[in-house]
Design a protein around this ligand. Structure first.
Ligand code: FES
Length: 626
């Protein structure tokens, strides 16, 4: 939910008696309000939005790409976010009278970041005084840059006997647009820094905290790193917060791999060996630090100029990295330590960047719909769009989100390891030598192999392709049984029928069954979400396939095996590493970060395991669509 720092003080309808505002009762408001943003001077809507009541005008505008002036990022200190409410009532905040004359207030002028919406409003937005910088991120998201990390270069006058302001007061007085909290560590070194730098310094703010005072003018250098801490792969993106552009991106395998390929084996490790939690924590830290070193080197950035990190990942990865016992995640009722973790620092992840850099975390909806999915929802803009869209992060545990700005639902479907290829006879990770694409044309098998080398195994997307092509070619019936007389490539290994893709790489009947269970689990998930939302699967406007596996699936194969609803292929899109993109977006904009936090209120978690209709629906989904 958007910031709502001031108590609601509704304007009296038609009267605008400022003195009477406290006496008015707060009306119950609807769950969602409709906002119309108009460009000043033009009588036309530039944007309409529906947002949860209580969202500030500033946040609502930002989520919907309407640019409003600001230099404080919505903290109520710059007083630049002036808008005029021309229809409907917006409460007058305690800050408004400091920014506007009584007449302006009567005319509907408000600070957008202080104005919590309680009802439908029409809002005039003045043209920007400062040109916003923006970056494209996520799934076509246009993100207006409002990093939490800000710098202010100031030239101070030296104290004299006539001017005995303290060092800190002198500095803060020179920054009249912000009122930061100050850490004690900063005060420790402040006096020396000021005197050694001839009273010319740059204040570094992370959100509303003064985290450093640097000698000279360093205002053009500010960076953050966005991490996607995946179970298998960890990705780091070094971002230049001045431009919003990535300076370097690196990925590597999570150094926790020796403890197992999936979250359950890593949790089991901590249950069997009391030292394992600490070891896993340190392995995560090593991975993150190595990536930090690499991106800083590639980007030519001193790690001390990384003033903030954003870390996303599934709940288990985040808890392990922070040394939080993950055992309750592995058994019913699957309890997480905290849906919103307390404030953390980069140092809590073992990172040697700026010593007081905060670590920004995403909330979790549940044990298996974690911060990575909240980041994904941010990157896809799913809760900002009127269209009903379906987002599936395909993996061992597949997360599914369905909805729009009106309503959104999420669930987790245990798909098993088929997609990671761990249970597949010739399965392998998507690395060099893996068959990632299969076509069967006139009975002939055509393969696409990663690295264009001799195929040595089958990765997840190759498995889905192979099964889809066998179904299309009539070599696999709709129940999932091989049609053995349809090709000479069928053979037996022991008691099991297999289909040879090459002389060495084959697909077994059991592999097909594994995939059927996995896709049926996911399809049951979205079927139930469609039922809960009251729509037919065909009404979904767009399917976004995300995650390191889902992004590589072909739309045709996903439809053919029934992994996604039967829709025109143009409506099924690869969304890429949406968790990583969400982390980038959160680093670039504090208002987008607020939108991610709002996901907890906006998206409803649907538990599949207790549902009486699950088994019947699951069995319906096991076969392949005709
Ligand atoms: S006062 Fe700065 S954005 Fe509202």
């Amino acid at each position: 939910m958007g910031r709502c720092l001031d108590p609601p003080l509704p304007r009296e309808a038609g009267g605008d008696r400022l003195s009477a505002v406290e006496e008015l009762p707060v009306e119950p408001h609807p769950d969602r309000v409709r906002l119309r943003f108009l460009q000043i001077g033009e009588d036309r809507a530039i944007k309409e939005a529906r947002v949860p009541a209580g969202t500030t005008i500033f946040d609502a505008a930002s989520w919907n790409g309407v640019a409003i002036d600001s230099t404080c990022g919505g903290h109520g200190t710059c007083k630049k976010c002036k808008v005029k409410v021309i229809a409907g009532n917006a409460p007058i905040s305690t800050v408004d009278p400091r920014a506007f004359s009584p007449e302006e207030l009567r005319n509907g002028w408000r600070l957008a970041c202080r104005a919590a919406t309680q009802e439908d409003l029409t809002i005039e937005v003045p043209p920007l005084q400062t040109r916003p910088k923006a970056a494209l991120a996520g799934v076509g998201r246009h993100v207006i840059l409002r990093p939490a990390v800000q710098k202010r270069y100031v030239e101070l006058t030296e104290p004299t006997l006539e001017d005995q302001l303290s060092d800190l007061e002198r500095l803060l007085a020179a920054m009249d647009d912000v009122e930061p909290r100050v850490s004690l560590d900063v005060v420790r070194s402040l006096g020396r820094t000021l005197r050694e730098s001839n009273w010319q310094v740059t204040a570094v703010l992370a959100d509303d905290v003064l985290i450093d005072v640097e000698p000279g003018d360093t205002s053009s250098s500010r960076h953050a790193i966005a991490f996607d801490l995946g179970t298998t792969t960890v990705v780091a993106t070094l971002l230049d917060l001045e431009t919003g552009q990535p300076k370097a991106v690196r990925s590597m395998l999570n150094a926790q791999q020796p403890f197992g390929a999936d979250v359950i084996s890593r949790i089991s490790a901590t249950m069997m060996d009391e030292t394992a939690l600490d070891t896993l924590r340190l392995r995560a830290h090593e991975t993150l630090q190595q990536l930090t070193d690499e991106v800083c080197e590639e980007g030519g950035v001193d790690p001390r100029e990384v003033y903030e990190v954003v870390v996303t990942g599934n709940v288990t990865m985040i808890q392990l990295a922070l040394g939080i016992d993950p055992e309750p995640l592995s058994m019913a009722p699957f309890t997480i330590a905290a849906r919103r973790l307390p404030e953390a620092r980069a140092a809590d992840f073992g990172l040697r960047v700026h010593e007081r850099a905060p670590a920004v975390l995403f909330p979790a909806l549940g044990a298996y719909v974690g911060p990575d999915i909240v980041a994904g929802i941010l990157a896809t803009g799913l809760t900002l769009d009127r269209r009903v869209r379906l987002f599936i992060d395909v993996g061992t545990n597949s997360e599914i989100v369905l909805g729009s700005s009106a309503k959104a639902l999420a669930t987790a479907a245990p798909a098993g390891p088929a997609f990671e290829a761990a249970q597949i006879r010739c399965g392998m990770r998507a690395a060099e030598g893996a068959i990632e694409g299969v076509k069967i044309v006139d009975g002939e098998v055509q393969l696409t192999v990663i690295g264009d080398v001799e195929p040595v195994g089958l990765c997840g997307s190759g498995l889905v392709d192979a099964v889809a092509e066998l179904v299309s070619a009539g070599m696999l019936d709709n129940s999932g049984r091989f049609v053995l007389d349809a090709s000479e490539r069928f053979a037996k290994i022991g008691e099991e029928n297999v289909f040879y893709l090459t002389d060495d790489v084959y697909l077994s009947q059991r592999d097909v069954r594994e995939l059927q269970f996995a896709k049926a689990s996911i399809a049951t998930g979205w079927t139930i979400l469609c039922k809960e939302l009251g729509i037919e699967p065909e009404e979904v406007s767009q399917v976004l396939l995300g995650g390191s596996f889902g992004s590589y699936l072909t739309a045709a194969s996903a439809v053919k095996i029934g992994l996604v609803p039967r829709l025109p292929l143009t409506r099924i899109v690869a969304a890429g590493n949406v968790a990583g993109e969400g982390a980038k977006i959160a680093a670039l904009s504090v208002t987008e970060r607020a939108a991610a936090n709002a996901v907890l209120e906006e998206v409803e978690y649907v538990e599949l395991s207790g549902r009486t209709d699950f088994n019947d629906l699951f069995i319906d989904q096991l076969g392949f669509p005709a």
